[in-house]
Design a protein around this ligand. Sequence first.
Ligand SMILES: [Zn+2]
Length: 256
Amino acid sequence: MYLADAAWPDLESYFESESIALVPLGSTEQHGPHLPEGTDHLIAEAFAREAADQTGFLRTPPVRIGVSPHHQQFPGTMSVDPPAFRDYVESFTRSLTTHGIDRVIYVNAHGGNVDHLREVGRRVREDGTAFAVEWMWDESIPEQVNDAFEHNGPHGGPKETALIQHLHPDLVHEDRLEDARDTGLVEVSQDVGRVHGARTFYDSIENSENGVFGDQTEATAEIGAQLFDAASDELVALAEWLDEQPFEDLMPRDHV
Ligand SMILES: [Zn+2]
């Protein structure tokens, strides 16, 4: 069920029997010369839609702009300051709870949002309002993602390229995949940008001239479909697990 398409009597019926919601969140930021700036929110929305369709649980409209200051040098990147992002997410999460939602999955597809979503999850749990948990597709299937590509990348690499080839092939510039590889950073190691143990970089452009990492030519729509199906299974299982938990078990423990 998609909240924005539903009329309130039907949502009222949902809230009478269910108390879980899926909230997709992504970013609008550069994803190299070959992928759309909406890559992350397109991916997040696809996972939320798939899991909602499979489970019957509610999904909400997506949050399409996230915390992306590290991509600001590239044309088109939009970003919000972390405090504004956290307050916004916390605020609409609390508004959902007034209807009876007491557990939320942030279906997230942007690394820059992770810490902030976890902070919001802590806030709404600490006062006993709700249990909100951050979920990211590639972290739900780390071995499969790792095995799928020789040169993976944390941003704009083959894993994201494969997902968009599967979900929105019309938005992928297939003729720029080699260029994306050759003008970016293919080999990503822990040593990149480190000086005597300190991470000395803040922005993606400092490590990659075109803003992306890994070998994009390894991506195919078929691999994207396999990764999408596998991670969707994980999200469905997480939603069903969360639905089954007694609310008290999800709340913080008392002081010892
Ligand atoms: Zn991304």
